[in-house]
Design a binder for this molecule. Sequence first.
Ligand SMILES: NC(=O)c1ccc[n+]([C@@H]2O[C@H](COP(=O)([O-])OP(=O)(O)OC[C@H]3O[C@@H](n4cnc5c(N)ncnc54)[C@H](O)[C@@H]3O)[C@@H](O)[C@H]2O)c1
Length: 352
Amino acid sequence: MVKTIFITGGAGFIGSHVIRRFATNYPDYKIINLDTLTYAGNLENIDDIASQPNYKFEKADISDFKAIERLFDLYKPDGVIHLAAESHVDRSITDPFVFVRTNVLGTCNLLYCAKELWRDNPEGKRFYHVSTDEVYGALEFDGTFFTEETKYAPHSPYSASKASSDHFVRAFHDTYGLPVVISNCSNNYGSHHFPEKLIPLAINNIKNNKPIPVYGKGENVRDWLFVEDHAAAIDIIFHRGKNGDTYNIGGNNEWKNIDLIRLLCDIMDRKLGRPQGESQKLITFVADRAGHDLRYAIDSSKLQRELGWAPSLTFEEGLEKTVDWYLANEKWIKNVTSGEYQDYYNKHYGQL
Ligand SMILES: NC(=O)c1ccc[n+]([C@@H]2O[C@H](COP(=O)([O-])OP(=O)(O)OC[C@H]3O[C@@H](n4cnc5c(N)ncnc54)[C@H](O)[C@@H]3O)[C@@H](O)[C@H]2O)c1
């Protein structure tokens, strides 16, 4: 039975949902949230569970080997669920080095510390690496899907750094026998998503009557999954996945960016009491992203067949829930867009 778990990147979008799920569903576990709080880390995301006795926050940079080694010595974790990463493709095009530092070196530091700690007793231990479908490259409009056997072909510095970290995870399994499991997931959406990403950005701009930027002609296709369904899949894979295996996670829910934005505009018009079609006028096409992958689509049948996971919501239901959350949590958006969220650590944990 796993007792002490490091969850890295727990102040981020997906990590906060994983922390909430584990801290709530497993009161006997000790959950240590290990996060350095970059611009994407927001402790307000998990304010609701911050005072639970089975939860603790540790501010640490995974690319700092000494800091990570000290925490492994201190807590002696039985499991690691690794989500900390630089995650925004546009930022990776501007500054690829920080992606190498966090996503590659940081992952390697965690792997090394886990290997050293568990060397004599790997029984019941687990290193879970959370990755992305973007490592597989791009698909044509030909009805094919990414499977666990699809060859890696990353195009952006972000996906190249995640592909590299996946390789390191497998190498630690094959070389040192480290008990690992990897999942590659499609695009997530839901509450607490940093508003530089497509869906929260669009919701925020529609609300404020600002242009909604859409790359190229909006023809790129993504497979969208509700973030709580991703957290549920992580829970199942962490506890029941096979050592050394990879699992693809996806919503079987492909949408062209432009169709998604139109749907979002219609939902927002309804919620805000605007005439239908009003918000679509805000759609503004902008120059396409360099190396923009055309289509992603995930075949998650292995996870469904072997571990019995399935998405719980339709896209329309998930989007409706997401819009409701953003409209009800104006203060969260305001704190993020003003930068105020970065004061949370000082207020609650003392000076940096
Ligand atoms: N968002 C998606 O749609 C999606 C889809 C599939 C996979 N993933 C993967 O899931 C994971 C989480 O994604 P997300 O969207 O929640 O990311 P995010 O950018 O919202 O959060 C990342 C978190 O990691 C922390 N972090 C960054 N660098 C760190 C460092 N050096 N040391 C410690 N902490 C650090 C940040 O402070 C932040 O809290 C990533 O590994 C990403 O590759 C994301």
